[in-house]
Design a protein around this ligand. Structure first.
Ligand code: NAD
Length: 342
């Protein structure tokens, strides 16, 4: 049998455990997996592009478990009543290939993206960071806010979104959680005095949400919205002013902000900072840019974490996903049992 966490189970479990607590615990799983980066099978995700958006498969394996996520990205979806990003994911046992764990990953992707951003910022942002600007207050935004408070203690936010309804939704959701939020009238206003800038906009285009003159020395830029070929958020000049950190270089060169740069543009993979083989932030004036696109190992960590965390609870069910005839060669026997004799 395969364990299955559906949306209802995920949301109830999350509400009980506390979103901020879950993000903090998930960072532990992410760090553990990033530290053993070299053990994993890695490849850029497999993407199927259409004029409407992209559908992707994100596989990886640590030679014990295999995992993959199915995820879409459709920036025009909200205007049609659908979400931009939805997902589900699977873990399987490599010893027999059977799926062991299946989960909704629309909520889980927002959690893992936020946890990854916070894990990276904890190493790259200035330790005295107090104010975060957020450009884009859509689906990911509240999770990002909670993650930065959990990992860096940031509770002062300056936000900007072109859609006033998205800002109103953000305020409704985060103000009761104890954040101090200032609504800006533009991206330029939002980033003034910010120590960290998170860009999480969705546009299937090469957009310029921020220009280089708006990014002050010492800022950590958490750029999560540019995650597809032809879809970027930052003025390329920002990348030249800072040092760029990525998840998995071959995928980020295709999908990240650095698709605007030459193919050999120097970047550091974040796991190298974590294990101490490459420097992270080297001065209080340095601009650090996390060019995040989302990588399969993060989904693997998130699935591993939820699988372990729901163990012993009733926030999952056992589903009959794999046909299991008593005689492994007699699959037809299962059908024959229900087939009337001629
Ligand atoms: P969403 O559509 O729910 O929200 C995006 C918000 O950006 C909207 O409210 C929109 O009004 C706003 N926006 C668009 N253009 C803007 C602009 N020029 N200035 C200010 N605001 C603007 O999308 P989401 O689910 O929150 O995702 C945000 C982005 O993050 C998407 O591009 C998505 O693909 C990406 N994403 C990345 C990762 C990752 O791991 N890096 C994971 C999940 C999502």
């Amino acid at each position: 049998m395969t364990r299955f966490v559906d949306v209802g189970d995920m949301v109830r479990w999350l509400a009980g455990r506390g979103t901020e607590q879950v993000i903090a615990e998930m960072i532990g799983y992410l760090e553990a997996d990033f530290r053993r980066w070299e053990q994993f099978d890695k490849c850029p995700r497999v993407a199927s592009h259409t004029p409407f958006g992209v559908i992707e498969l994100m596989p990886t394996s640590d030679q014990e478990n295999y995992g993959f996520k199915y995820v879409n990205g459709h920036p025009s979806n909200p205007s049609r009543g659908f979400q931009t990003v939805t997902a589900f994911g699977v873990l399987a046992d490599v010893h027999n290939g059977y799926p062991t764990f299946l989960a909704e990953m629309t909520v889980l992707t927002a959690l893992r993206t936020a946890a990854t951003s916070a894990m990276v910022a904890r190493r790259l942002a200035r330790p005295d960071s107090r104010v975060m600007a957020m450009i884009g207050t859509g689906t990911q935004s509240e999770f990002q806010a909670l993650a930065f408070r959990a990992a860096l203690g940031i509770s002062q936010l300056q936000v900007w979104d072109t859609d006033p309804a998205a800002v109103a939704k953000f305020l409704r959701n985060v103000e009761p959680l104890g954040f101090t939020v200032t609504v800006a009238g533009s991206a330029a206003e939002a980033v003034q005095g910010a120590d960290v800038i998170t860009t999480c906009t969705a546009d299937k285009a090469q957009a310029t949400i921020l220009t280089a003159d708006l990014v002050a020395p010492g800022v950590h830029l958490n750029a999560i919205g540019g995650d597809c070929p032809g879809k970027t958020e930052l003025d390329a000049a920002i990348l030249l002013r800072g040092d760029v950190f990525v998840e998995f270089t071959p995928q980020t060169r295709i999908e990240g902000e650095i698709q605007q740069m030459p193919a050999d543009y120097p970047v550091t993979e974040f796991w190298e900072v974590l294990v101490g083989s490459k420097p992270g932030r080297t001065s209080a004036e340095q601009i650090t840019v996390f060019d995040s696109v989302g990588f399969a190992i993060e989904d693997f960590s998130a699935l591993r974490y939820v699988r372990d965390a729901v163990q012993g609870t009733d926030f999952f069910e056992e589903i009959d996903l794999v046909a299991s005839p008593e005689d492994p060669k007699d699959l037809f026997g299962l059908v024959a049992a229900f087939t009337p004799a001629a």
